[in-house]
Unconditional design. Sequence first.
Length: 436
Amino acid sequence: MNNSRVYDMSPPQLPLATLIGRELRNEKIEKPLVRHGHAGLAKKGEDYFLIKPDCERIPGNSASSFSVFAIFDGHNGVSAAIFTKENLLNHVMSAIPQGIGREEWLHALPRALVAGFVKTDIDFQRRGMYLIILSIRETSGTTVTFVVVDGLTVTVASVGDSRCILDTQGGVVSLLTVDHRLEENAEERERVTASGGEVGRLNVCGGTEVGPLRCWPGGLCLSRSIGDMDVGEFIVPIPHVKQVKLPTTGGRLIIASDGIWDALSSEIAAQSCRGLPAELAAKLVVKEALRSRGLKDDTTCVVVDIIPPDHFVAPPSPKKKQNMLTSLIFGKKNQNSMNKLTNKLSSVGVVEELFEEGSAMLAERLGPDVPFKPSSGLMRCAVCQVDQPSEGLSVNAGLFFSPTSKPWEGPFLCADCRIKKDAMEGKRPSHPKATA
Ligand SMILES: [Zn+2]
């Protein structure tokens, strides 16, 4: 995609002074410090991570800064993990309208994450098709756990089983991702089966079934990923997205591949490194996982501490206040116990849930709105952000295929992205198999 073109076609740009004024008003509360550390040990060398602490919503304006942290746990090769690491952030950012303030930007982020994940998958498939022409078979895939930290607002988008957990003052650990594992996720099993996939265990000689539930053809244990061209389009790249606002005491994120989570529960991982700086914490989590299980898989861990400057210097060290604050974390579900505590405590202890959506249906994720129509009769695809002439194209006509299916109620999609959408829903055959 031509990025400069997208920027040129954006809505009327606001004067820079207006934008910076807006940012300053929004940033009256000083930004928390973000400290990070990472550690890992390779078994197959298919884990990758991304740490970008210096991104800016408005280029050149450091008041508009945000950070990105991500883990990519590749399988059947490293191509998908590397490709996603290189391209996903740009694709997500391209899907956010230009010239909007911080609140609107955060509000637009979940939808942009969906578009960015799907576009990255489409681009990777295109690359794979090209390789097939060269008789190179592309079968790699990757999990993605992609975290955007802006002030106290944390947005996590994930496919696969690389978890992100949140540990806050008070010692209650919460999961910000869901595991897209066929073995553990009945909803995903139903979706894959309904879209034409077969779910079952590996059959060894004699008909004995072993191992976790997998999707056939391909034998993948995950129900969502980027890549995996040889499996089927029902293994979708549509991420679960969760956005939370941390309490004023901040919190710690632990993002890790399944090499950690197959060995440690969320609670043990959080406990094993409390009170230590991020870099050391990441090393300790890896060490703890190896101690209990040995090096069975690639093991990668990124720890991110979000520390309000005037609050706590140390990362979460909850032991003292554990009982009092436990019920405050995700306080919505614990109204009674919350009322018993002072307002001051509740204002520091509650993680506010701003957004959560995990549907695998693109229409539900992109919404019915058409956020931006460029001038001169062009329409912009809500997934790949490419402008196409709208003349002769009806957004709702379902004109490409499947006359019996429900008309598309989402925003404008280009022909390629409509094909992808229908394939993911099992309404058209998957892309040609890499083995064909
Ligand atoms: Zn498109």
